[in-house]
Write a protein that binds this ligand. Structure first.
Ligand code: HEC
Length: 343
C-alpha cells in the first residue's frame, strides 16, 4: 500500500512539473554579427560547428521533442543558457579581432581534449560525434582561421534528426540517414529473394571531383519503387519511410571507391512516362551536408529517350543512364559511375 502511495505521489509530482515548460523562443539574431558572416569559415568547418556546438552556443538551438518533458527540458535549457553566455556564435561580431582569435584557439583546445561538445550531449546527437578526421580538420582551422574564398552561407540549418526522431520530412535530406546501421560495408542489399521482380546487381564507383581519384568512405543511400512502380510499404512505416517506402538501403564505398547494390529492377510510376529509376543521396566523409545526385535509370528503358538524355541533370559529366545486361541465371547487371562535385 505504501509503495503504491509513493508511486502515485511520484507520478503526481512528475505531472505537476509539466506545467512549467521551458521558453524555446530563439533570441533575435543580427545576420552581420553571425560567426559565419564575420569569420567566413569553409563549408566543412561550418557544418561541423553547427552539428557539434550550435545547439548550445548560438541563437539557432534545435530543441528536440524531449525538451518538452520536465525536468529534462530545464536541465537542457541550463546548458543552452550557460553555453550562450560563455560563447555565442550568433554574436561573434561583437568581439575584437584579438578576442576572436583567443576564443577560437580555446575552442580548438577543448575539442582536442574531448571536453566540447559536452559528452552528455553525444548519446542523443550522433551527428555531433566528431571522427578523428573531423576533429583534426576543425582544430586545424580554428588554430589558423583563414577566411574561405567561398565561405559557408547562413547559419540557419535544417532540423537534424536524432536517433529517436522518425523524421517525417521528405524535404530534409538528413532524414534519409535515419535508421542507418552503424557498420556499413560496400555492399548494399535492398531486395531479398521473396521480392517480386527481376533481379538486379549494380556495381558502382565513386570518384572525387577530378573524375579520376577513387573516393572511399562515401555513404550512398538508395531507394526505389517495386516491380509495380510503387514506393511500397509494409504498413507500419514512420518518418521518411512513409515517403520512400521499404525498398531502400545504405552502403559505404571501399578503399577504391567501389560499392554494389543487390535488388530488383524498379518499374516506372503507373501511368507515367518517367523512366524506372533508383534515387541516390550521397554523404561525403568530410561532414558536409548530404545531397541528391542524378537517378540511376536503364538504357533499355523506352522512356529513356533523347528528351530524357538532354534534360538529364549531368553531375560532373557522368550520367545516371546505366547499360544493363542479362546474365545467364537471369540477373541484370550494370555499372554506375559517379563523380562528386559539390554544389
Ligand atoms: C550540450 C551543450 C553544449 C555543446 C553541444 C557544446 N557546449 Fe561548449 N559549453 C557548454 C556549457 C554548459 C559551457 C559552460 C560550462 C563549462 O565550461 O563546462 C560551455 C563552455 C564552452 C566554452 C568556454 C569554456 C571555458 O573554459 O571558458 C567554450 C570555448 C566552448 N564551450 C566551446 C564549445 C565548442 C567549440 C563546441 C562544439 C565543438 C561546444 N562548446 C559544444 C555547453 C555546450
Amino acid at each position: 500500500m505504501k509503495a503504491k502511495n509513493i508511486f502515485f505521489g511520484f507520478l503526481g509530482g512528475f505531472a505537476l512539473l509539466q506545467f512549467f515548460p521551458i521558453n524555446k523562443t530563439l533570441p533575435p539574431t543580427e545576420a552581420v554579427q553571425e560567426f559565419n558572416m564575420v569569420q567566413k569559415p569553409p563549408g566543412e568547418v561550418m557544418t561541423l560547428l553547427k552539428h557539434a556546438c550550435y545547439d548550445c552556443h548560438s541563437n539557432h538551438t534545435r530543441y528536440p521533442w524531449y525538451a518538452n518533458v520536465q525536468p529534462v527540458g530545464w536541465w537542457m535549457q541550463d546548458h543552452v543558457e550557460e553555453g550562450r553566455t560563455e560563447l555565442n556564435f550568433s554574436e561573434f561580431g561583437r568581439w575584437s579581432d584579438f578576442e576572436r582569435r583567443e576564443v577560437l584557439d580555446h575552442c580548438a583546445r577543448l575539442i582536442e581534449k574531448g571536453k566540447m561538445p559536452l559528452p552528455s550531449y553525444l548519446p542523443m546527437h550522433p551527428e555531433a560525434r566528431l571522427t578523428p578526421k573531423q576533429k583534426a580538420l576543425l582544430v586545424h582551422w580554428l588554430r589558423d582561421p583563414v577566411p574561405d574564398t567561398q565561405p559557408a552561407k547562413g547559419a540557419k540549418f535544417v532540423h537534424l534528426p536524432s536517433a529517436s526522431d522518425t523524421c517525417d520530412d521528405n524535404e530534409n535530406v538528413y532524414c534519409c540517414f535515419v535508421g542507418m546501421p552503424e557498420n556499413l560495408t560496400s555492399e548494399m542489399k535492398i531486395a531479398g529473394k521473396n521480392e517480386p521482380g527481376e533481379r538486379l546487381f549494380l556495381r558502382g564507383r565513386v570518384f572525387k571531383a577530378d573524375g579520376k581519384t577513387p573516393y572511399p568512405e562515401v555513404v550512398v543511400y538508395a531507394y526505389h519503387t517495386d516491380a509495380q512502380g510503387i514506393y511500397s510499404k509494409n504498413g507500419d512505416e514512420t518518418g521518411i519511410r512513409r515517403w520512400h517506402g521499404r525498398l531502400h538501403g545504405w552502403c559505404r564505398t571501399d578503399a577504391e571507391g567501389w560499392f554494389s547494390i543487390r535488388t530488383i529492377r524498379p518499374a516506372s510510376y503507373p501511368n507515367s512516362r518517367a523512366p524506372a529509376h533508383i534515387h541516390h543521396v550521397v554523404r561525403e566523409p568530410d561532414g558536409s551536408a548530404p545531397y541528391y545526385i542524378n537517378d540511376t535509370v536503364f538504357e533499355d528503358d523506352k522512356f529513356v529517350d533523347d528528351r530524357y538524355r538532354e534534360t538529364e541533370r549531368r553531375n560532373g559529366g557522368d550520367s545516371g543512364i546505366v547499360k544493363v545486361q542479362r546474365q545467364q541465371e537471369g540477373t541484370w547487371e550494370g555499372k554506375r559511375f559517379i563523380t562528386l562535385k559539390k554544389r
